[in-house]
Write a protein that binds this ligand. Structure first.
Ligand SMILES: Cc1cc2nc3c(=O)[nH]c(=O)nc-3n(C[C@H](O)[C@H](O)[C@H](O)COP(=O)(O)O)c2cc1C
Length: 381
């Protein structure tokens, strides 16, 4: 079967991966309304088609997070990549860096930053969940510094985890070890099982040396989740700002006031994000939240956006409405689950192709030109 778009990779991921992991990637919280709105609100926007424009050489490069990148999107933090495909984080970072785009490693990863540094010297970012145990946080920061991490993304919308009903039904996160029942379910996908086991029994490398987190990825992840600081506040962001000399970006902002607060505390940007509709169900889609945030913070503050990006046109709409760059979540997790590193590479290539063709049909030569046009390039249905 030809894999033509991101949805094709999603279908293949569903067929190739155990249901417990596919549902974890694919699902959202409660009624999954916000998750659906992330997609359907893109459909409410139309692209302006300008014809008979003198052709100019196309350029998809643009600046975000203080640097110029060949494409207007990067790979955002997605937990447990190494469970969807053996050495999943290594495969994802390799695919990202082959395309010249940054990769952000999640706190909840099978591979560590040091593991990634062995295979690449490209741009690495790290996503931090602030834990109650600040000494462990400081340890994560030191590891990030040592690995040459450029930007720290602090995720602030998960102090409490939203109920993801598919996960509750499958026992994801409540299971702390592989029970006979879970093993029977995993064994339904023997090729996946062999691949992941051959890569070494999965554990969360960043806390492997800490016996209080237990053994194996499931138990370590459950313990990590439990220790995320539920009292996180702006005071803690000020604390982090003092300790982290690199760029600091707050992930999970949906209002102009919160973006201004982040900027005033010396942060370098925010990610307009509702965690892919996995946290506060009923929160607005990110594309709906973006314009008023851009209007309030002005042009100089870096705004990234994620949520529901499945098409090149989605990237174009986000950039037109004020995002400096866009971050992928499920799109590349489907690619990885379906076809490993080649799958991530193909997801990146598909989006690049779609952006390139759509911009050409819009009569726009470059992402910079799109940024200059801004909201003029789109209208609302
Ligand atoms: C399976 C999965 C795991 C995720 N893990 C993390 C994580 O560890 N840290 C984080 O900040 N965000 C995490 N996210 C959220 C993504 O970074 C991003 O906000 C979201 O996926 C964007 O929506 P999209 O998947 O519809 O593109 C995760 C998302 C998914 C789908």
């Amino acid at each position: 079967m030809a894999l033509v778009n991101i949805d094709d990779f999603r279908d293949l991921a569903r067929r190739r991966r155990p249901k417990i992991f596919f549902d974890y990637i694919d699902g959202g919280s409660f009624e999954e309304e916000t998750m659906r709105a992330n997609r359907s609100d893109f459909s409410r926007l139309t692209l302006r088609q300008n014809v008979l424009v003198e052709p100019q050489p196309q350029d998809l490069a643009t600046a975000y997070l203080g640097k110029r990148h060949p494409l207007p999107f990067m790979l955002g933090p997605v937990g447990f990549l190494g469970l969807y495909s053996g050495k999943g984080e290594v495969k994802a970072v390799r695919a990202a860096h082959a395309a010249g785009i940054p990769f952000c490693l999640s706190t909840f990863s099978i591979a560590s930053l040091a593991d990634l540094r062995i295979v690449t010297d490209g741009p690495l970012h790290f996503q931090l969940y602030v834990l109650e145990d600040r000494s462990l946080c400081e340890e994560f920061l030191r590891a990030a510094e040592y690995a040459g991490v450029d930007t720290l993304f602090v995720t602030v919308d998960t102090a409490i985890t939203g109920i993801r009903e598919r996960d509750v039904r499958n026992g994801f996160r409540s299971l702390t070890r592989v029970t006979p029942d879970l093993f029977a379910r995993l064994a339904l996908k023997p090729r996946w099982l062999a691949e992941v086991v051959l890569a070494g029994m999965p554990s969360v490398r960043a806390v492997e040396h800490r016996p209080e987190f237990g053994r194996g990825a499931l138990e370590q992840a459950a313990n990590l989740s439990r220790r995320i600081d539920k009292t996180l506040s702006w005071k803690d962001i000020a604390w982090l700002r003092e300790r982290w000399a690199g760029k600091l970006v707050i992930k999970g902002v949906l209002t102009p006031a919160d973006a201004v607060r982040a900027r005033d505390l010396g942060c370098d940007g925010v990610v307009v994000s509702n965690h892919g509709g996995r946290q506060l169900d009923g929160a607005p889609s990110t594309i709906r939240a973006l314009p008023s945030i851009r209007a309030t913070v002005g042009t100089d503050f870096c705004l990234m956006l994620d949520g529901g990006i499945r098409r090149g046109a989605d990237v174009i709409k986000a950039i037109a409405l004020g995002a400096d760059g866009v971050m992928l979540g499920r799109a590349y997790a489907y690619g990885l689950s379906a076809a490993g590193q080649a799958g991530v590479a193909e997801v990146i290539a598909i989006l690049e192709r779609e952006i390139s063709i759509s911009l050409a049909l819009m009569g726009i030569a470059s992402v910079e030109q799109l940024k200059a046009l801004g909201a003029e390039a789109v209208s609302t249905l």
